[in-house]
Design a binder for this molecule. Structure first.
Ligand code: FAD
Length: 424
């Protein structure tokens, strides 16, 4: 699969995003978000909207930049390297809220919402998870019943990122017999802010990723006009829902590359100032070898993320399989790399003042959201990327005890992966 943009261009975008996250405005945001983890980061999102960061999935004609998945991944990585929760909030605004409307919405929905989303005037969320339904996403219980020119929506959605700050919500609901599973699910976009029939009764106290908010949304007889239907009735799952998840999994992979890279950054900084036995840590072989093994693993997940993005940009109908692989490996990697980077700090790594503790907490959830690791395995098994193929991509169990040169050269692994074919 050839690259559609150059590595130089991707790096330039990543650098630009990094510079933005070094400014005073960003520092103010990060301090405030970390102290107020249940607050939707509206101010900072509105600050970055004029720079184009909320219009990445929105075509130019609706006020966005219609950016490629590869560019977007570079930006998601850049934000998440600086602040994982901000990375998630930007990702939700683009990949989970704007994308489904831009890709699957009606002309009326596009004109009504997209320009205002790109400008940061309104915000969106994407709601499929329910109290009784998570991984088995085709089993949803929320009902949408036709009532004249409206649908009447009743049910709850749980663990919805950005809902407390959202003006609109893309969600799915059952519009036919439950036994038809995915074939009786419709997708909708609806205004939810200050509407009778909608409440956000819970903002959860998360383990990590301040700068993003996690909520429960209750629809209690919400009237949604028929014009809020996305795609045809009963045909929302395989199109709007599955299509959005495939797209956003590439960006979740990029978020986790950013988180893992931030763990490497912190270890590097510490290794340059801490001395033991008369040497800087970075000059002690066991320490620097361990960091090199971690860095190789992050490069591998960056490669897989870039590959998934390239397949998406090239409109490969099987790109969703590469998205699952990238998401699986990048999220397994971010947890292990963050934990090991804490070890590379010694005792100080376990003290809350140090950023690495926050990074460990931020990394833990990648394996859970947007389809857990177990669910990605099922997709990969089904399409021929089996356990044997996946094995060399995971962070090695004994990373602590491996010499870099004992691992196969990264270029060799990349060549092998490029040869894999998707089968079913
Ligand atoms: C921070 C955060 C942000 C989120 N944001 C959103 C959002 O914006 N919108 C949204 O709709 N949802 C969101 N979610 C929900 C998330 O996608 C779900 O939590 C996730 O899909 C798992 O569903 P569940 O929690 O119901 O777990 P369950 O499905 O109950 O799974 C429990 C365990 O069983 C395993 N399991 C379940 N089924 C199988 C199976 N068939 N084979 C093997 N193992 C299985 C799972 O892997 C897991 O280990 C978010 C969650 C979190 C934590």
């Amino acid at each position: 699969m050839p690259e559609t943009i150059t590595q130089g261009e991707i790096e330039e975008f990543a650098r630009y995003t990094r510079d933005l996250t070094r400014g005073e405005k960003f520092n103010g945001f990060a301090t405030h978000a970390n102290q107020n983890p249940k607050e939707f980061p509206k101010d900072f999102l509105q600050y970055i909207a004029p720079l184009g960061y909320l219009g990445m999935d929105i075509p130019e004609v609706y006020g966005g930049s219609g950016m490629s998945a590869q560019m977007q991944a570079a930006i998601t990585e850049g934000f998440s390297r600086a602040h994982a929760g901000l990375g998630l909030s930007v990702l939700v605004a683009n990949s989970l809220a704007a994308f489904p409307i831009a890709r699957f919405g009606t002309e009326e929905q596009k004109q009504k919402y997209l320009p205002r989303m790109a400008a940061g005037e309104i915000f969106g969320c994407f709601a499929i998870t329910e109290p009784n339904v998570g991984s088995d996403a085709k089993a949803i219980e929320m009902k949408a019943v036709r009532d004249g020119e409206d649908f009447l929506i009743r049910g709850s959605k749980r663990f919805i990122t950005s809902a407390s700050g959202a003006d609109i919500c893309v969600f799915d609901a059952r519009t036919g017999p439950a036994q038809l599973r995915g074939n009786s699910i419709s997708a909708f976009v609806a205004e939810i802010k200050n509407r009778p029939g909608v409440s956000v009764p819970i903002i959860y106290d998360k383990v990590g990723q301040p700068g993003s908010v996690l909520c429960e949304v209750v629809f209690d007889d919400l009237f949604v006009p028929v014009s809020g239907l996305m795609n045809e009735e009963n045909k929302g799952f395989d199109t709007v829902i599955a299509g959005t998840l495939a797209h956003s999994r590439v960006q979740i992979a990029a978020q986790n590359v950013g988180i893992a890279q931030s763990a490497i950054d912190e270890a590097q900084i510490y290794g340059e100032k801490r001395q033991q036995s008369g040497k800087y840590l970075k000059d002690i072989e066991g320490w620097s070898n361990h960091l090199a093994v971690l860095t190789r693993q992050v490069e591998l997940s960056r490669f897989l993320t870039g590959k998934a993005a390239r397949h998406e940009d090239a409109k490969d109908p099987n790109f969703f399989v590469w998205a699952s692989l990238a998401k699986l490996i990048a999220c397994e990697t971010s947890v292990r790399v963050a934990e090991d980077a804490m070890l590379l700090h010694g005792g100080i790594g376990y003290i809350k003042d140090m950023r690495i503790g926050q990074i460990v907490q931020d990394a833990l959830v990648g394996r859970i959201y947007e389809g857990t690791a177990h669910i990605q395995l099922k997709i990969l098994d089904k399409f021929g990327i089996d356990q044997k193929k996946r094995a060399p991509l995971y962070p090695p169990a004994n990373m602590l005890d491996l010499k870099l040169e004992q691992l196969p050269p990264l270029e060799k692994v990349k060549v092998k992966v490029e040869r894999w074919k998707i089968t079913s």
